[in-house]
Write a protein that binds this ligand. Structure first.
Ligand SMILES: [Zn+2]
Length: 228
């Protein structure tokens, strides 16, 4: 992405007071109505457009729920020792969650990107259930997003929540902004975020087996690269 020229430095926000964004459904409706007019469409002659601003505002409320103040999930965790003698031994007891589906919207073009995530962690003292991992993925996917950032946010959230010895998150996704416009090619982008011990060469490829290749329906080989 080309660096933007600024005439004034961006305002700095203190770290202790992160910006809280509040969606405004009425403003979203008005913006969609404006977009319809800007496209030269007229609800007076195309009555099926009459309720579109309201429908899109409802849709955005759902798919951007991750922007809502207080929406951050606080999934239950439990002590690793409670999971039994194997998980409690702090050996290389890797936990892997595969094939978690997600849908998100590309922040650059506001069209969907979607795919699957694989998550692995080497437990420290606490464990998390499958639904907890899914809720974290869902929270960060439900906002205008970059695949790279989504991958990193899920990894960092798990790192904060569980203080594990290592975390690995791999996301494979199709981007409709690449398939519907531009080069109009299907392809599957893969992004990885590796933290702690799982960033070390000894664990390289820990999430390679059982990849979601083919399930995305592209028929294309997975390749790594900048997404969006
Ligand atoms: Zn895009």
């Amino acid at each position: 992405m080309a660096p933007q020229r600024r005439t004034k430095p961006a305002p700095r926000r203190p770290k202790s007071a992160p910006a809280r964004r509040t969606r405004d459904p009425k403003a979203v409706q008005a913006a969609v109505a404006g977009l319809i007019r800007a496209l030269g469409l007229d609800p007076a002659t195309e009555p099926e457009l009459l309720a579109t601003p309201e429908r899109v505002a409802d849709l955005y409320a759902e798919i951007f729920a991750g922007l809502d103040p207080g929406a951050e999930p606080v999934p239950a965790t439990f002590p690793a020792a409670d999971a039994g003698p194997v998980a409690g031994k702090r050996s290389d007891d890797l936990v892997i969650v595969r094939d978690l589906p997600f849908y998100s919207l590309c922040v650059h073009h506001f069209v969907p990107f979607f795919g699957h995530a694989r998550v692995a962690y080497l437990p420290g003292k606490r464990l998390i259930g499958l639904s907890g991992v899914a809720r974290i993925l869902e929270f960060y996917a439900r906002r205008p997003q970059l695949q790279e950032r989504l991958t990193a946010q899920v990894a960092d959230h798990l790192n904060r929540l569980l203080a594990p010895r290592g975390v690995a998150v791999v996301i494979e996704a199709r981007h409709l902004c690449m398939e519907m416009r531009g080069v109009r090619k299907t392809g599957c982008f893969e992004t990885r975020a590796l933290r702690g011990a799982l960033a070390k060469p000894a664990w390289a490829g820990v999430l390679d087996a059982g990849r979601a290749q083919g399930r995305l329906g592209t028929g294309a080989r997975t390749r790594r690269g900048a997404a969006g």
